[in-house]
Design a protein around this ligand. Structure first.
Ligand SMILES: NC(=O)c1ccc[n+]([C@@H]2O[C@H](COP(=O)([O-])OP(=O)(O)OC[C@H]3O[C@@H](n4cnc5c(N)ncnc54)[C@H](OP(=O)(O)O)[C@@H]3O)[C@@H](O)[C@H]2O)c1
Length: 306
């Protein structure tokens, strides 16, 4: 039990993590398990994974099944969601699944919905999974569910770390050109921010839309490659896939891959130079944002590059 400002003990709030088995989602769970002010309930369609860390209560739930969401949300104060379907299954989960989750959160009268959204998604109606985030944000507002939108830029690290693998071979693969800048985040940092938003004790965070990024701003791929090169002590050879390739392939690829179409649309959106985080609220709530050098140095260490 924690003490409130008036000296009364308050029970820890129960946080439901939707997407708890994901690459990012598991890191949100790990952060919240270290926080004594919350109790952790984690949701997956399959129930607890075999390697689940002790301390979380696991519930079975499917965003496409509203009744299962009502059960998962029973007694929950805060829901935090990083779930998505567009990468591995279907973007229907990002549209219909999020709609179901918002409606269930409204029925459960949760005190806060921390939704992982994407920087500048309101300007990206032609990128399906960015648009799905904007639609979900609008649904949450319309349902009058108290919210915090944490908007992520591009992940520097992915579950299959293609940047680290290329760096090991002295290469850096660039999308489009070497000069356009956009913002990045390390998933370790983003997960800590999402957990902090979920556990935030006061109401001043409610209704905020918080971009996440680096203190020294967006970076070009040349700048990223140069910083990594300095950290690992070798000059990286940059291989660039020009924008024209994405412009030509974006329509035909849709015939064979919705995901390919979505990602190419996203790259062409990056080209516009507006995928840039405004970190003012991030620093107000979560403290100084990391610099690119700090984040890249931690990333390089984690990948055994230094
Ligand atoms: N990659 C980037 O550069 C980038 C940038 C900005 C934002 N993002 C966002 O970051 C998030 C990535 O999270 P992640 O890495 O943890 O994803 P992930 O590894 O792809 O995992 C997907 C998660 O979603 C859950 N899920 C999928 N369909 C579901 C359903 N029908 N019902 C309930 N849960 C469902 C899965 O749970 P089960 O399979 O266990 O049910 C799993 O936990 C996404 O929201 C993405 O849009 C990514």
């Amino acid at each position: 039990m924690e003490n409130s400002p008036s000296g009364q003990t308050v029970p820890p709030r129960r946080v439901l993590i939707v997407g708890a088995t994901g690459f990012l989602g598991a890191k949100i769970v790990a952060n919240l398990l270290r926080d004594p002010t919350v109790t952790v309930r984690a949701m997956s369609r399959k129930g607890a994974p075999a390697d689940a860390a002790p301390g979380a209560e696991w519930v079975q739930g499917d965003m496409m099944d509203p009744a299962s969401l009502d059960r998962a949300l029973e007694g929950v104060d805060v829901v935090v969601s990083s779930a998505n379907g567009y990468m591995k299954e279907s973007i229907e989960i990002d549209f219909a699944g999020n709609r179901n989750l918002v409606e269930a959160a409204a029925r459960a009268k949760v005190r806060r919905f921390v939704f992982l959204s994407i920087v500048a998604c309101e300007h990206a109606a032609d990128v399906p999974h960015f648009h799905a985030k904007k639609v979900a944000e609008d649904l949450i507002r319309a349902a009058n569910v108290p919210f915090v939108f944490v908007r992520a830029p591009a992940f520097l690290d992915q579950s299959a770390d293609y940047i680290a693998n290329a760096v090991k071979g002295g290469k850096f693969y660039a999308v489009g050109d070497k000069s356009t800048r956009w913002s990045y985040v390390l998933t370790d940092d983003l997960a800590a921010n999402l957990a902090a938003a979920a556990a935030w004790p006061g109401d001043e965070i409610t209704g905020q839309t918080i971009d996440i990024g680096w203190r020294d701003g967006p970076k070009s791929q040349q700048e990223i490659a140069d910083t990594i090169g300095k950290l690992v002590g070798k000059r990286l050879k940059i291989w660039t896939v020009p924008w024209a390739v994405f412009s030509v392939l974006v329509r035909p690829i849709r015939l064979i891959s919705e995901l390919g179409f979505d990602l190419m649309r996203m790259f062409l959106f990056f080209r516009r130079g507006v995928f840039v985080s405004d970190i003012a609220l991030q620093e107000r709530f979560f403290g100084p944002a990391p610099t690119s050098r700090d984040a890249l140095s931690r990333w390089a260490k984690a990948n055994g590059l230094v």
